[in-house]
Design a binder for this molecule. Structure first.
Ligand code: COA
Length: 374
């Protein structure tokens, strides 16, 4: 079984700024002290609970995250602001997400031995889009000198695997010959930096893939044998209500529901069986045993969650070689995670190796690609 398409190039880019857990926690705890001081009377009168501090030990233990790359550090670590400073750019200037896309795309194109002119489809997938239109993918298409057409798509943390599947299917259908997938996850803009339960989760990064017909792919490319998508609605598990209707209701316009929020425990409980069954069934469809697969590039949300999913699929606790973790360095980069794990941890595998790229996230949405090195 094969789709007849292949990933011929891939590349990752991230901002230079590193934000360690200790720096993050110091800023958060300063914010907590100031808020509690402001509300000291209410707290003393029992009218309000004091805010609780965060800790680096908790973050590492609960998530496996040690640091993350961030677009801007100044706003995040300012206890009076607790939000990245990302100045609006003039309409003629390259937008932030287009810039993220182009930075990763240059690396993916170089690896594929292609130029912007070879591309006739740009599919941009990201969990957050900085504007509604014109599509950011069209801006990327222009910036790299690509031909053809371009589109943005959104599917929570499966936006990147979804975009890759759309690119592969466009090539199979003959509506494109050489597609570029770009995943500009500037996630720090959607986080609630004042929320102790989630302030440590995300980081910024972008990743890009070149997808072409397998018969024109050079040795070392990754043939896409098969793809699978699944979505299953959950109204409250992982959600962000930000949208173009916000200004129509001033009572909720700036509420916390317009930022990332989740029920972390519920997500954990739901996703482990859902994702492990999904991967197992996809392997079965292909007639592969879990042990025949050299590497599982899983969505990077939480180390324990990844370990459990891989353990259920493999039947034993995965080694880092079987299921690489990038969370410690990057944090959760939303839909970019499984593609970054692939890009950073695939070059060492010999020709003939099988690999599975799988995402799971908001929606719920799941996407997997069965790959074989050429
Ligand atoms: N610092 C210190 N303690 C904290 C804390 C922080 N920043 N945040 C929460 N705690 C405390 C809680 O108050 C709780 O204390 P209690 O036991 O006294 O009530 C305790 O730590 C455990 O909190 P909980 O939220 O249950 O932690 P957890 O072990 O479930 O880990 C997540 C939280 C979010 C890391 C974890 O649930 C997760 O990753 N889930 C999957 C989420 C996911 O994949 N989402 C997809 C997003 S794309």
């Amino acid at each position: 079984m094969t789709t007849g398409t292949a990933i011929t190039g891939h590349g990752v880019w991230h901002p230079d700024n590193i934000l360690t857990n200790d720096e993050l926690v110091a800023a958060f705890n300063e914010f907590v002290s100031r808020e509690n001081a402001k509300r000291a009377d209410d707290i003393a009168a029992g009218k309000r609970e004091p805010l609780k501090p965060s800790s680096s030990e908790f973050i590492v233990k609960a998530s496996g995250i040690k640091q993350r790359y961030v677009h801007d550090k100044t706003g995040l670590t300012d206890p009076e602001r607790m939000c990245p400073n990302i100045p609006d750019r003039p309409e003629e200037a390259l937008s932030a997400q287009a810039e993220y896309s182009v930075n990763a795309a240059k690396r993916a194109l170089a690896k594929a031995g292609r130029t912007g002119e070879d591309i006739d489809l740009v599919v941009l997938g990201a969990s957050n889009l900085q504007r509604l239109y014109p599509a950011i993918a069209i801006e990327v298409q222009e910036a790299i000198g690509a031909r053809g057409w371009a589109l943005d798509m959104s599917l929570g943390c499966s936006a990147a695997t979804g975009a890759t599947i759309v690119a592969s299917q466009a090539i199979q259908a003959g509506t494109a010959t050489c597609a570029l997938v770009v995943v500009p996850e500037l996630t720090t803009g959607h986080m609630n930096w004042r929320d102790r339960d989630s302030h440590f989760i995300f980081g910024d990064a972008s990743v890009s893939l070149v997808v072409e017909k397998a018969d024109r792919a050079k040795a070392g490319s990754w043939e896409i044998l098969s793809t699978k998508m699944l979505s299953k609605y959950s109204a409250t598990a992982i959600r962000n209500n930000l949208g173009y209707l916000d200004r129509c209701d001033p009572t909720t316009q700036f509420s916390d529901s317009k930022l990332f929020h989740q029920q972390g425990r519920k997500v954990f409980k739901d996703v482990v069986p859902l994702a492990s069954k999904f991967i197992g069934e996809h392997l079965e469809q292909l007639g592969l045993t879990p042990q025949q697969v050299s590497r599982y590039w899983l969505h990077q949300a939480n180390e324990k969650l990844n370990t459990l999913v891989a353990e259920r699929v493999l039947g034993h606790e995965p080694t880092r070689a079987e299921s690489p973790i990038i969370l410690d360095e990057y944090g959760n980069t939303a839909s970019a995670g499984s593609l970054i794990a692939f890009s950073n941890h695939s070059d060492d595998l010999p020709s003939g190796s099988y690999g599975v790229m799988c995402s799971f996230g908001a929606g719920y949405s799941l996407g997997s690609l069965m790959l074989q090195r050429q």
